[in-house]
Design a binder for this molecule. Structure first.
Ligand code: BV8
Ligand code: ZN
Length: 240
């Protein structure tokens, strides 16, 4: 039976990277306009930098908060959220920290790399979730230490239960749609392999080829909004 519409699948995983939010105006990390071209993550976005110069780390993260706060979910985020209301089970496994999937109304979201709008104090073991705003209070009221952006930086271990949940969702899915990731950051970049082992239909949405492209059966070479529209309208014949 040839399946060509999202709702023909019982368990869908959308695996998203920075390209998912590019059309919302959120800079990607690599490629043209990539944020790591402008900012060295070793100075602004890693544990060593946070210990060495928390003010510089907060200046960078409040700069990003200010920028992302002006960005809204795009049509691609909305299609993903809508499919979650129509298909049996949809899980969003995202590498993004911008919070745009939740804003678009997706409910089952696994944030592999944390969240730009959440902070934590590792001394007090507490977290705080902010709205999409710049943060003013940078010192923990419990211990006076610096609040840390609750983001998985390079060299940080991912939150094990979140990664386990992502692997479990992918191992049980019958459709795996990767959107806007360069597939170079691990362990997230291992995840498409779980979809292959699960025998899921595998679709890659990305204007460019990636090191993971050979793992996919269908390649939709274009921007997320346009390709997701095609997928949702069923005119991109998913592999039978
Ligand atoms: C870990 C946080 C265990 C958020 C990020 C040395 C020491 C320690 C670890 C390592 C090491 N060397 C290597 C590693 C492993 C390292 C890693 O994978 N490095 C890579 C670069 C080789 N991984 C880690 O450190 C991870 N932790 O391994 O812990 C450990 C611990 C200690 C010692 C050893 C091991 C943690 C990884 C998470 C890092 N956090 N950022 C932030 O600060 O903002 S990385 C960053 O990359 C983001 O999280 C992002 O999510 C992630 C992946 O990027 P993408 O989302 O794919 O975005 P990118 O810009 O790259 O690509 C965009 C794509 O979209 C492109 O393909 C483009 O074509 C496409 N596109 C553009 N426009 C559109 C589009 N697609 C569709 N539509 C469009 N319109
Ligand atoms: Zn504290």
């Amino acid at each position: 039976m040839s399946t060509s519409r999202l709702r023909d699948f019982s368990r869908i995983v959308f695996f998203t990277g920075a390209g998912m939010s590019a059309e919302s105006g959120v800079p990607t990390y690599r490629g043209a306009g990539g944020i790591w071209k402008e900012y060295d993550y070793r100075r602004y976005a890693c544990q060593e930098a946070f210990v060495r110069d928390p003010e510089a780390v907060w200046e960078f993260h409040n700069y990003r908060r200010g920028l992302v706060a002006r960005c809204a979910p795009n049509l691609g985020h909305q299609i993903v959220a809508r499919s979650g209301r129509r298909s049996a089970r949809v899980t969003v496994v995202t590498q993004n920290i911008d919070g745009l999937h939740a804003l678009a109304g997706s409910s089952e979201i696994l944030e592999l790399h944390g969240n730009l709008w959440r902070v934590r104090c590792d001394t007090c073991g507490v977290k705080q979730q902010d709205g999409h705003v710049v943060r003013e209070v940078l010192r923990c009221d419990g211990c006076g230490g610096w609040w840390r952006p609750d983001i998985v930086w390079f060299g940080d271990y991912l939150h094990e239960p979140t990664l386990d949940a992502a692997q479990a969702a992918i191992a049980a899915c019958d459709l795996f749609v990767s959107i806007g990731t360069s597939a170079v950051v691990y362990p997230a970049a291992y995840l498409p392999e779980y979809a292959r082992k699960a025998g899921a239909r595998r679709v890659e949405i990305n204007p460019d080829e990636t090191p993971a492209s050979e793992l996919y059966e269908l390649h939709l070479r274009g921007p997320a909004t346009e390709m997701l529209t095609r997928l949702a309208d069923g005119d991109a014949e998913l592999l039978a």
